[in-house]
Write a protein that binds this ligand. Structure first.
Ligand SMILES: C[S@@+](CC[C@H](N)C(=O)[O-])C[C@H]1O[C@@H](n2cnc3c(N)ncnc32)[C@H](O)[C@@H]1O
Length: 216
């Protein structure tokens, strides 16, 4: 799976991409993530990418030129990838929507907005999908893009140590899209708080029945 991320804050991705599961998945060649600095495409001598809104109002808007040039450049690298704008106005990212995206695409172009957002002409001409990570407003699209990369990468075989992990999780089909059962690990008795007996007896059918009963 290949991700192209368009941002004015490439450094924000450094820690995210260089730790834990995503680091390993990139190392194994299971996923690849390319970060593109939108400012590199600005024709302005000060690398400016924003301007005041027509009609007045607070805040700044991403101007179309750097984004058009950046998106057109990246589309040549990933012609089959949908161009996704991360925005609170988009459709809500859910586990089942992520699974659908995963069956349809293996490349993505993710645009991270800032300020008041991006010029509508970019959306009308070049954006295929608009996704929100929840009904709240963040300062920028970087955290939403990271959420998108993380949820999609987990669905790619080879990203997780045990490929079964994501099949039996909260919101997964196998758990009827419900919330997962509680987990316990050693010790069996911690400060008098005991692990349910059923999990200690090694009887798989009983454990399965107990876990099913715990789904919410
Ligand atoms: C301050 S927000 C802009 C909010 C916009 N003026 C509005 O009212 O819808 C700046 C950028 O953060 C990103 N963003 C903020 N909240 C988001 C969310 N819940 N989901 C996805 N992206 C979000 C978008 O890329 C957006 O362009």
């Amino acid at each position: 799976m290949i991700f192209h991320v368009l941002t004015i804050f490439p450094e924000m991705f450094h820690g995210f991409l260089n730790e834990s599961i995503l680091k390993k998945a990139q190392g194994n060649g299971v996923i690849a993530i390319h970060i593109h600095d939108i400012r590199d495409f600005s024709e302005d001598k000060h690398r400016k990418v924003d301007d005041t809104p027509y009609g007045g109002g607070a805040g700044m808007i991403f101007t179309p030129q750097p984004l058009f040039d950046c998106i057109e450049h990246v589309k040549k690298l990933a012609p089959k990838a949908p161009v996704i704008y991360m925005t609170p106005k988009g459709i809500k990212l859910t586990q089942s929507r992520a699974e659908k995206l995963n069956t349809n695409f293996d490349q993505y172009i993710l645009i991270c907005g800032h300020y008041e957002g991006i010029d509508q002409r970019v959306i009308d001409e070049l954006v295929d999908l608009e996704y929100s990570i929840g009904d709240y407003v963040l300062s920028g699209g970087e955290i939403p893009a990271m959420a998108m990369i993380d949820v999609l990468s987990r669905l790619v075989p080879g990203t997780l140590g045990n490929d079964e992990s994501h099949r039996e999780e909260t919101f997964s089909k196998r758990l009827d899209r419900k919330k997962e059962y509680p987990h316990y690990t050693k010790p069996a008795d911690f400060r008098g708080m005991k692990v349910p007996d059923v999990l200690l007896n090694g009887h798989h059918a009983e454990i399965e029945k107990w876990r099913r009963g715990q789904l919410k």
